[in-house]
Design a binder for this molecule. Sequence first.
Ligand code: G6P
Length: 474
Amino acid sequence: MNSVLVASNRGPVSFTVSDDGVLTMKRGGGGLVSGLSGVLKDDGVLWICAALSDGDRGAVRQAPGGRLDQAGYDTGALRMLDIPPATFHRAYNAVANSTLWFVNHLLYDIPNAPLFGTRFQREWESYRDYNGAFALALAEEAGHGARVMVQDYHLTLTPAMLRAERPDLRIAHFSHTPWAPPEYFSLLPDEVAREVLEGILGADHAGFLTERWAGAFMDCCRALLGAEVDLAARTVTHEGRTTHIGVHGLGVDGAALWERAHEPDVESNMAALREQVGDRRLIVRIDRTELSKNIVRGLVAYREFLLAHPEWHGRVVHLAFAYPSRHDLPEYREYTASVQRCAQEIEDEFGTEDWEPLILNVNDDYPRSLAAYRLADVLLVNPIRDGMNLVAKEGPILSPRAALVLSREAGAAAELGAHALLVNPYDVTGTAVALHDALVMPEEERTRRRELLEAAATALPPQKWFAAQLDALA
Ligand code: G6P
């Protein structure tokens, strides 16, 4: 039996299956997986995740009990849940990614406002079933009094469901996203909003990345549940139970990242990039192609910068990494197309025979992004809203001279804001000014700020972040 269990939708690895049935393993992506991979190697720790694709389902069916034990994973024991594809699709795409993610990142606008009808009720049922499947697996696998760490917006109902089955367990929930203020969160149907909040309050400890998101959650509990909130003690008491609220600002393992970024595949990518861009200055961004990452406005800001500063033509290149993400959702496919359109317009408007002003990378290429970090003069991180944003933290560790242009709406701004150039992510003119300021920043100031950024970015590496939450459950 296990003494520590982690549950998340996406696991540390995923599988693809070729036409002749051969399974190939790949690392999972996103902030949650980056944070947790590598800290869960101890005996007695089990990571439970969902099978996300046909490849994953193939791997699960070949593994007894869905347990992909140790075999080549540097993440320890892993169990993948084979949830029926239609249930998974409704829970992951329709509820988690199209509804809860949109609410917490404030992504709805008038032409794209939510419509909660009978179809949503069915999708919500599936979300319940999917959360129930995790609760069941956790209840089966957990030893008496074990500590269970439930992750993110996919699994908001699991803590309360699990508590009902196994009151002996110590349960934590952690939100890797922002949290919406009550007036926005209450876009959700009343009973759904209530179930989400009460689901998380089923945990003993509810963790958030920043004070701001923790505060918004407590505000929602007070406004929508009438719960008793003690801001100083950081507790929420509802129907006779008290949940402690914690703030744990996930950081980066600087030494491990540094080591990975100095492997030969990264060195060769650096050489190739240098060959491609010569000695021009580099403005780098690295994101999933995600609506909240605000890539289009970042490109428009770069265009405004080029318009305002012809003296930089031919002397700067914007390297934009926009990796594919959530392509089952039409919003994401459309967004990818608009990023590509906007990039093409910049290329057409400013490109010359010997200067490519913008290089857009749309394929997942980790070694090439690490190479870009190391070569960057400016790192642009301008999300509309973001739980933390680890790119803002990885950059200063790897780049010897990059200045950071950072959205004030990223969770990372709480820790890095004093040493970055902060921008309003909607204000592209302001962002263009910040790009210019970052390019012309004197060397001494760059070095001073970079050192402070690196110190802040590595203050709470994943090992300590995870240990702090385990301690909170002790
Ligand atoms: C964010 C979420 C994670 C998620 C990641 C990638 O970081 O907080 O839970 O795994 O995005 O998104 P995906 O839908 O591909 O898992």
